[in-house]
Design a protein around this ligand. Structure first.
Ligand code: ATP
Ligand code: MG
Length: 303
């Protein structure tokens, strides 16, 4: 929710290691390949996984002379000062600066948040147009949203994070009357079906109804993600390129398909924006064609 209408996607879940940074990176690369202008912000000042992912990409691209799209990235300073309030202020300044830079010139802003509650995490949530919460495929991981009855998967009282999102939604509604589209995404889904997994599925569906969220199909447990991080690549990159490591395989193509379906299920304003951008490009090239004419009008006449 920036003034220019850049669509803000936030990755959030207070549980560590659920796939926030991996998903943030993949969405950024997908949108870049669609020719959108994409900015990313890493609000996780401790781990900075997204920042590292993006650095790995930039290093690999440079080292191998590749032409691959990259987002404009912002990250917070590592807060190692003694004063907590000064660290917070510095982080807020960097965040506010990044938002102001992105406002006018980008189609999408993707914000990756840490697995714990900070002021900036809350602020980021209230800026979200689309909030994605990846959840590892276990009952234990659903506890980040609510206490789940182990017998029937029914949600009991809501957790801290679910209440944080509810507050962010209220704030957002008060600010500009918009709602946050909240999507729960199962991640690292085991290929083997089990009673436990069916309980997780049922638990997520019930939770989504209770929280006013949607559920996306999700991503399977795939080893490829471990190999992609060190070279800064995603399943949307040309994995059959020898410079990327000849990684085209059936499981990797399945991972690509799953991420592709996930993007579709997010209902991002892709087609509208694509149309607007095409229109903007047409206007721009028309103005270039008209440029010399305008210039001629300004030339002094004969005599
Ligand atoms: N679908 C998947 N299959 C297998 N491994 C995955 C999958 N998604 C993510 N991972 C791996 O899980 C680990 C944690 O992922 P990631 O860093 O994206 O989580 P996170 O939610 O950002 O964690 P944190 O809360 O610590 O920031 C990484 O090693 C990543 O490669
Ligand atoms: Mg992370």
């Amino acid at each position: 929710m920036t003034e220019s209408g850049a669509h803000v996607i936030v990755l959030g879940n207070e549980k560590g290691g659920s796939g926030k940074s991996t998903t943030a990176f993949h969405l950024a690369v997908f949108l870049l390949y669609q020719d959108f202008r994409v900015a990313t912000i890493d609000v996780d000042s401790r781990q900075q996984t997204l920042t590292q992912y993006i650095r790995n990409r930039s290093d690999w691209v440079k080292a191998h002379g590749l032409q691959l799209p990259q987002s404009t990235h912002y990250h917070l300073p590592v807060s190692d000062g003694d004063s907590v309030s000064r660290n917070c202020r510095q982080e807020f300044e960097v965040f506010a600066h990044a938002i102001s830079q992105v406002e006018d010139d980008y189609d999408f802003l993707i914000i990756d948040t840490p697995g714990f509650d900070t002021n900036l995490t809350r602020l980021a949530h209230s800026l979200a147009d689309t909030l994605i919460t990846p959840l590892n495929d276990s009952l234990l991981d659903l506890n980040v949203l609510a206490r789940i009855d182990p017998q029937n998967g029914e949600p009991r009282e809501l957790s801290h994070y679910a209440r944080l999102v509810q507050r962010a939604r209220k704030e957002r509604l008060a600010i500009d009357g918009q709602t946050i589209d909240w999507i729960l995404v199962r991640n690292r889904i085991s290929m083997l079906s089990s009673r436990n997994m069916r309980l997780v599925q049922s638990g997520i569906n019930q939770l989504a109804t209770r929280l006013g969220a949607r559920v996306a199909h999700g991503i399977g447990e795939r080893v490829v993600f471990r190999s992609l991080f060190p070279i800064g690549m995603s399943v949307f990159d040309p994995l059959d390129d020898p410079a990327i490591g000849n990684m085209a395989s059936m499981p990797n193509m399945s991972a690509h398909k799953e991420y592709r379906s996930l993007v579709e299920e997010l209902h991002l304003p892709i087609s509208t924006r694509a149309r607007n951008r095409r229109q903007a490009r047409r206007d721009w090239s028309r103005s270039r064609r008209e440029g010399p004419l305008v210039f001629r009008h300004m030339m002094p006449g004969p005599g």
